[in-house]
Structure formats: C-alpha cells, structure tokens
Design a protein around this ligand. Sequence first.
Ligand code: GTP
Ligand code: MG
Length: 484
Amino acid sequence: MAKLTNLTDDALIVFDNVADFATNLGTPSIRLGVTGLSRSGKTVFITSLVHSLINSGKLPMFEPITSGRVAGARLEPQPSMNLPRFAYEDHLESLIQKRQWPKSTASISELRVTIAYESASAWNRALGSGKLNIDIVDYPGEWLLDLPLLAMDYPSWSSQALKMSNLDNRTKLASEWHSALKNIDVDTPLVETEAIKLAELFTGYLRACRQDDNALSTLPPGRFLMPGDMEGSPALTFCPLPASKTKVEDSLYDHMSRRYEAYKTFIVKPFFRDYFARLDRQIILVDTLQAINAGPAALIDLENALADILDCFNPGKSNWLTSVFSRRIDRILFAATKVDHLHHENHKNLEALLRKLVDNALKRAKFAGASVDVIALASLRSTSEAAVAQEGEHLPVIIGTPMKDEVIGGVKFDGETETAIFPGDLPDNPSVLFGNSDINNFPELSFVRFRPPQLEIESNEITIQLPHIRLDKTLQFLLSDQLA
Ligand SMILES: Nc1nc2c(ncn2[C@@H]2O[C@H](COP(=O)(O)OP(=O)(O)OP(=O)(O)O)[C@@H](O)[C@H]2O)c(=O)[nH]1
Ligand SMILES: [Mg+2]
C-alpha cells in the first residue's frame, strides 16, 4: 500500500495553524462542520440557524440567549480567502419571499457569524473576553465516504465496487454499465472515448442509486455525482474494472488505475487535509424519512454510510488522518432532519431510529473520545398539527402545503392547497424497520415534501422569526460551552 503521508502535508498543517492563530488573534473561533448526504437539509439548516442567531430568534433551550448574556450576533467576513461564501441572503430570500427551497448545492462554502456575549464566569469577564467567531463550513457528506479509498488500491476497490453493484437492489441499476464491461478487454490499449463511455455509464449507475425511489447512500467516489470544476478531467474519468491478467502498461486497466490514484491525490487527500482536519465541532444531518420511504434496503445502506462517515472521526493511531488533524473534533451531533413531516407524538420514535442507526455504526467504528448525541429537528418548520376523528379513531395529522406534483394515495397536489395528512406511525421499536427484508411487512408510512411555510411578513421580512423544531437544543449542544 502506498504511504499515505509525507512531510509536506504535516508542514502545511502546522503552517496553517500558525496562520489561523495569527488571523484570529484576540477573538476565539470555532469551526463548525455541517455535513450530510445530498438533500439531507444542510442549506436550509445553516440558513435558519444563522437567521435565528442574528435576529434573536425563538431559542428557549439555548441558555446563553435565554439568560440574556448574548448581546447580539452578526455576519463578519469569513476567514478563508479561497472558499466560496455561503449564499445566506439568497437562500433566505428564496425561503421567505418565494416559499421555495434553495437550489441544490454541490460544493464547500463558509460563513462567519460573530457573537458578542457576556461570560457567566467572573473570571472570564475579568479577562475581557466576550466575542466568539463561529465559522460554519458546509460540505457534502458524500466527500466523507471517500475516506476508505485512501487505504485501498485500485484492484481492491474495483473488486469491492463490482461486488456491491451485483447486490440484489443494485444489479438492475448497473445493468447498462455491466453489459459494457462484458464487451471490453481491460488489457488492450486505452481508447479515450471508450474510457469516457465507461465512466459515464458508471456515473449513471451511481445516480440511479441515489434517486428518490432507491435512496441508496454508499456511492463513492463522492465527486462523480458532484464533479464541480474537475468535471471531465482524467481524475474523474475512470470506473471499477474486472481484474487485469497481464498488467501491461498503457492498457485501459493501467490508465484507469492511475486515474483512480490521481483522484485520491488531487481530490480526496486535499479535502481531508485542508478542511476536514481543521473542524472543531460537527453536525451530521440525516434524512431518515427518505430512507424509510424507500424501504429496508435503503435503511441498511444508510446505516453502512453512517458507519463509514463515523470512521472519519475515529482515525486511529496509524491512520494518515491522525497526522493531519490540527484540532480534535470534540462534539458530534447526529440530527434526523425534517421532523416536521411527523406529528410530535412520533418525534421520539424518529430519534430512536437514528440512535439505532448510529449505535450500530458506533459499535462498528469502535468510536471513542468526542461526545456524541442524537436529535430530531426541523430547520424550517413547514407544517402545523391537528387531530382528526375518523371512524371513531383519533388520527394525529400534520397540515402543510404539499409541493406541486407530489402524490399521496393517487392524489396529485397543485403546490398551492393546504392539506391535512396522516403520514403513518413510526414503530416504537426501531428494530422492526431492520432485519425485515419482506417489504410487505414494512410499516406503511408515506411522506410528501411540503413547501416552506407561509409567514406573516410585515414591513421588515428580515427580522421575522423562522419556525423550527429543536434548533435551540442543537445550538445548546454544539455551542453553549463556548459561550460559558
Ligand atoms: N419540511 C421540511 N423540509 C425540509 C427542511 N429542511 C430541508 N427540507 C427539504 O429538504 C430539501 C433539501 O434541503 P437542502 O437544505 O437543500 O439540503 P442540502 O443537504 O443542502 O442538499 P444538497 O445541497 O442538494 O446536498 C429541501 O428542498 C426541502 O424539500 C425542513 O426543516 N422541513
Ligand atoms: Mg445544499
């Protein structure tokens, strides 16, 4: 196996730390990573969290605010010159004014919020502290799923990825790519158009796995679905291949193998070194409901993805990551998002389900060190609750505006009409959702996507309060000790 570290990486990190320290002299900073697989709710979460902080939102469980010690919070120029700024104002406008969810984002971005506060401790007050920079870093969870690639050479990755693509729930989605593989000889000289075609078919398979109906999560390489400015480069033009017999130079196999290594060198390693290793706190957003909607296979797949994600936080002594960690991530919060899709009677069960997903992952990852917690939240509450009596039964329903073209029980929604929906009940015991490969016994649950809520906007829409569920508890876990 190739040696995964070199002096330059370590030297760079030391240098970066000195630079971090120099630019932050005087005001302490905390780097909060916000991640989650695509569509898990990162953009909405950051927008709502920042809005609540800078507009004194309703945050009854966030002690520094309720005790009156926070004097105010505002946006300040971000510290990283080479990262896009999180487009806070655009996202807010889209949510509030247009009642539209923000567009999908596929890259990393940053935003700095500075909180002015009065310390609860006389000692800290005497030291004259009272400002904290929170640097929020938004990055796709898919990038974390690339970490295992660093320890795998091309032949082992290829064989693992091919094996996975032959699993029952994937083989149909991979059929076009599989038939193309049957028609090639990996030991013949590379023909570029052939390589491009194979990479496209492989990407098509990954995309199909990710679609709503399948909702599969473990799909490295992460950049294949979110190429950014590397699109079309050789480092993204490869795919797993059946084993080579001859290992000749310049063959299709030889080139794909080198491109896989380039992907690790130019994409995976710099991400972990430059961004991930510099986080202090982390929240991982999980769209548990989407996986439930797609059935047992999607849930098990999500569980595996979470285990891979947790591995990143537990690098172990010999791992390359340990040497580049400049700070220790000391708090990690797993959050089941969009809990407003459920009546509050079911919130505990969603939390229990996420806890089970993560507990298994924790066991597998033998996690130790940071404090970890689990929460069910809604960044922007888009529903209200009611009870409907039906055939003598009390049905807890939620009321919201389903998005245009969403369907439930054969009814297609127009995107304007408010509707009461009974989404079904989550089981008290989350184990029922696992080990239950018979899809017919899977509890009947159906979720539709809702539009953002209609808010009473008066003269100044910027200072209205955004409705949420447990954003305050989230802040309490992630930040309160820093404002003590
Ligand atoms: N009801 C409800 N839906 C939400 C909430 N947060 C997010 N959503 C839904 O989830 C979708 C994805 O949210 P985003 O914040 O864009 O997710 P993301 O993780 O940034 O997605 P990518 O940028 O595509 O990776 C939105 O378009 C909404 O449909 C919430 O608090 N309540
Ligand atoms: Mg986003």
